[in-house]
Write a protein that binds this ligand. Structure first.
Ligand SMILES: C[C@H](O)[C@H](O)[C@H]1CNC2=NC(N)=NC(=O)C2=N1
Length: 101
């Protein structure tokens, strides 16, 4: 399925519904802080499952007590698309259950 790049206005509008997320170097990105390394690793595993479900994958980085995501859409030439924002919204849904903030 072809997925279209979002316009700058569409990106701005989508970001207003995603506090904590920003666009850096053309990628949609957010970092979370967790209570421990194991808690952070559990969030990574949960995000990985969501990404497989959506068939859309971020660069996902595990730190000591942090998890960072950075995503754009390869199949749209690296543009930001609705798929990136759909993933961000799903991650926002699950992150609080891991104590992420
Ligand atoms: C074949 C498979 O559907 C594609 O490779 C998917 C997998 N995950 C993906 N993730 C991201 N971020 N962009 C893509 O274009 C993409 N394409």
């Amino acid at each position: 399925m072809a997925v279209e790049p979002l316009s700058p206005q569409e990106i701005e509008d989508a970001l207003t519904g995603l506090p904590g997320w920003s666009v850096a170097d053309g990628r949609l990105t957010r970092s979370y802080r967790l209570a421990s390394h194991v808690a952070a690793a559990a969030l990574v595993a949960h995000i990985a499952a969501v990404q497989d479900e959506l068939d859309h994958h971020s660069d996902l980085t595990l730190g000591y007590d942090t998890v960072s995501l950075s995503v754009h859409t390869h199949s749209a030439g690296g543009a930001l698309t609705a798929k990136d924002f759909a993933l961000a919204r799903r991650v926002e849904d699950i992150a609080p259950g891991h104590g992420a903030h």
